[in-house]
Design a protein around this ligand. Structure first.
Ligand code: HEM
Length: 412
């Protein structure tokens, strides 16, 4: 029998499990399904062959022959998430099969209607987002083995081979490295309420350690992802149809609405992790950057979005900072500043990554056009060179977000 504690822990003010956040995997879907029920074989068959179908320009005709299936046989959150992942990948391949020069205006009804219905059931937009691409797109090769890149694989893929796999799995490792930091949030809030400075100090140290581990995980991008493949092959498939000059009118989801709809492409700006940490630490971003980041919350699973909203309510206008200032406790101030410094360093390193994978890769592609033929037409996405997924000027945006993070330090 286990020894019982003398003192009972006070209940935490916020239960992560009620926001679909796992103690082990954070915002990642725990052990995602890899197969849909038998009636959805036609979707899975296409999804499993996506890279080949896109490279051989056959995906659109395969989609035209696909039967229109109703999502009514899908049971539970996991099946719906896999269906959203599968239909999202097929949609990106369908739209961008011919590259930036030949997107479609209309998503055919046999794809658009079930995709719309599954999206409505989940409260997710009908486009491939971080929630699909990374959070729901992983499996262990050995189910009893570790969550290490060597033992991981994606469920659904796109052109880009090992670099595509590395891009998804390194991003997954960043999400996973964040888990101790996510678990520190309710502890920090609870400790603040109890004025338990030792526990608060430990929670902040744990958060700082997690953000530092996220930076180490992000560095692994350099080992697994070739910038040229990322830029000329992969990136187009993450592009959306909002503020995108290649699709100025958006996309018509046939049978859903006669009007075109506009959605941003997939980006880790849609990851709940940094939104949650920013809220806890009271980081205030400048107006335009904040507006973009807020729009990205619409691409999160609703339960994760609700957690960020809850944190905004719980810590606005940053009682954590006020608490630390009024405590006069130097240890707390140092631990808080270690969190802010780690977050600033993460964002600085992210800017280096984006420079390498977008700016430098774009310059190379311009200097040596056709050096590597992209899968769908051999052209890098020229309209996207200096712009973010949503047309924001990426470097001024990323630097503004990094600089406003640094301004969150307590200097007093
Ligand atoms: C090759 C790797 C990567 C590239 C090229 C890249 C590119 C970008 C770009 C262009 C943006 C601007 C906003 C947008 O267009 O959506 C952005 C934002 C962002 N990215 Fe990445 N990214 C990469 C990897 C990652 C990883 C692994 C993470 C961590 C999970 C991450 C987290 C973020 C966050 C949080 C933002 C929003 C800005 C912020 O909060 O600092 N990115 N990224």
């Amino acid at each position: 029998m286990e020894a019982t504690e003398d003192t009972e822990e006070p209940p935490l003010p916020l239960a992560l499990s009620s926001f679909q956040v796992s103690e082990e995997f954070g915002f990642l879907l725990s052990n995602p399904l890899t197969e849909l029920p038998a009636p959805y074989g036609p979707w899975m068959d296409i999804a499993r062959q996506l890279p080949q179908l896109i490279v051989s320009h056959q995906l659109r005709s395969r989609v035209h022959q696909m039967p229109q299936l109703s999502p009514q046989h899908l049971r539970g959150h996991e099946e719906l998430r896999l269906a959203h992942l599968v239909l999202g990948f097929i949609t990106m391949g369908y739209v961008w099969q011919e590259g930036e020069k030949g997107p479609v205006q209309v998503l055919p009804r046999n794809l658009a209607i079930p995709y719309w219905e599954v999206s409505q059931a989940l409260g997710l937009p009908p486009i491939l987002s971080h929630a699909d691409f990374v959070l729901a797109n992983w499996r262990r090769k050995d189910p009893n083995g570790p969550v290490e890149i060597e033992n991981l694989d994606t469920i659904i893929s796109l052109p880009g081979g090992e670099s595509l796999r590395g891009f998804i799995l390194v991003t997954l490792l960043v999400e996973r490295a964040a888990v101790p930091g996510i678990k520190a949030i309710p502890r920090a809030l609870g400790a603040m309420g109890q004025r338990d400075e030792d526990t608060l100090h430990r929670a902040l140290e744990q958060l700082a350690g997690a953000i530092e581990a996220m930076s180490r995980a992000l560095r692994r991008m350099h080992d697994y992802v070739d910038p040229e493949v990322f830029y000329t092959v992969i990136r187009i498939f993450l592009s959306g149809w909002k503020d995108n000059p290649a699709m100025p009118h958006g996309l018509i989801y046939e049978g859903v609405s006669p009007e075109p709809m506009a959605f941003s492409g997939g980006s880790a700006a849609q990851s709940t992790v940094l939104h949650a940490f920013d809220e806890l630490l009271g980081i205030c971003h400048h107006q335009d950057s904040a507006a973009f980041l807020h729009r990205m919350r619409d691409y999160m699973p609703p339960a994760h979005r609700a957690l960020v909203q809850e944190l905004h309510g719980a810590v606005s206008p940053c009682p954590l900072r006020q608490h630390i200032l009024s405590s006069g406790d130097q240890r707390l101030r140092a631990a808080f500043n270690r969190c802010v410094a780690a977050l600033t360093a993460f964002r600085s390193h992210h800017i280096t990554v984006v420079t390498k994978y977008i700016s430098i890769a774009a310059a190379r592609a311009r200097a040596e056009p056709g050096a590597r033929a992209g899968p769908a037409g051999g052209q890098p996405p020229s309209a996207l060179e200096t712009k973010g997924t949503e047309g924001s000027h990426i470097f001024s945006f990323l630097k503004s977000v990094r600089d406003s993070t640094r301004e969150g330090m307590i200097n007093a």
